[in-house]
Design a protein around this ligand. Structure first.
Ligand code: CP
Ligand code: NVA
Length: 317
């Protein structure tokens, strides 16, 4: 089997889906599909030494199962090494963030960071030239999730052409990155949220700005109206990490936004159910929908690994 070297992405970093252009994004998903097929070859896979022993640092200021596990496995399966940087080091009390970044740059090729403010990841990326910074979730965006989601959709749909994806719930980090990617690949996305919890205008305008092939990004309030005629229904937790104090109010506000059998029945026959996980059964989704044959949530979780391997290969050389 020959080694196919994927092209570099246009940006040094991956802080947002918008750091890719549409061609990069489609290419990344093609590479991910190949890596998925080749994974059975184990150490004999053509990508097994793609990182050539490079180190990748991981810094997580919030909990993670999927993102952290899949990045660690991805680095190892590409022949790199993982370095864990304790999260408390970047609280600003010991040394400036920019100094930490410029230290790391001398030792490692990549930094996978999960933090609160998007600006923190941007600051690290901006003060380094040789460090490839990957956004593993911020309050604003979750771009790695969107890569796996669109890989999953293409596996199920064959093509994205003419499809409609509906997101029901909080206009949060997951929704923002999903909207960026949907627009870029030409999928129409509807986002149904209660008043005050809509997708921020900036993310909406950014998504509309990169829309291709007639894709529309639409904000609605009524979840049933949004679900009608959709090919996939996506939801996420009502209370994201860092918002725990708002949980009771959010449970009340989002009560009519639960993805249940009635909502799924409003979508097209064969519509998929998607969730980035972790899921709260009985809140944003019922157990019956999550466990139904429409649910592709574990495919999404698996595809985190393949898409992140493709991403690392395209960013780090
Ligand atoms: N979907 C996702 O990012 O999961 P984790 O928070 O467990 O990484
Ligand atoms: N919106 C959620 C996603 C978790 C993967 C959060 O930020 O907590």
């Amino acid at each position: 089997m020959t080694t196919v070297v994927p092209p570099r992405t246009k940006s040094k970093d991956f802080l947002s889906v918008l750091d890719l252009d549409a061609a990069d994004l489609v290419h990344l998903l093609d590479v991910a599909a190949r890596l998925k097929a080749e994974r059975a070859l184990g150490p004999k896979a053509p990508s097994a030494s793609a990182l050539g022993g490079a180190h990748v640092a991981m810094l997580f200021e919030k909990p993670s199962l999927r993102t952290r596990s899949t990045f660690e496995i991805a680095v190892r399966e590409l022949g790199g090494h993982v370095l864990h940087v304790p999260a408390e080091l970047i609280d600003g009390s010991r040394e400036p963030l920019e100094d930490i970044a410029r230290n790391l740059e001398r030792w490692v090729k990549g930094l996978v960071i999960r933090t609160f403010a998007q600006e923190k990841a941007v600051a690290i990326a901006s003060c380094t030239t040789g460090l490839h910074v990957v956004n593993a979730l911020t309050d604003e965006q979750h771009p790695c999730q969107a890569l796996a989601d669109f890989m999953t959709l293409r596996e199920r749909w064959g093509s994205w052409k003419g499809r409609t994806l509906t997101y029901v719930g909080d206009g949060n980090n997951v929704a923002a990155s999903l909207a960026h990617a949907a627009a870029m690949v030409g999928v129409t996305m509807r986002i149904a949220s209660p008043k005050g919890y809509e997708l921020p205008d900036r993310a909406l305008q950014e998504a509309r700005g990169v829309a291709r092939e007639g894709a529309q990004i639409l904000l609605l309030e009524d979840p049933l109206e949004a679900a009608s005629g959709s090919d996939a229904i996506y939801t996420d937790v009502w209370t994201s990490m860092g918002q725990e104090r708002e949980a009771a109010l959010r449970r009340e506000t989002f009560a009519s936004y639960q993805v249940n059998d009635t909502l799924m029945a409003a979508a097209n026959p064969g519509a998929l159910f998607m969730h980035c996980l972790p899921a709260h059964r009985g809140e944003e989704v019922t157990a019956s929908v999550l466990e139904s044959s429409a649910s592709v949530v574990f495919d999404q979780a698996e595809n985190r690994l393949h898409t992140q391997k493709a991403l690392l290969q395209m960013l780090i050389r």
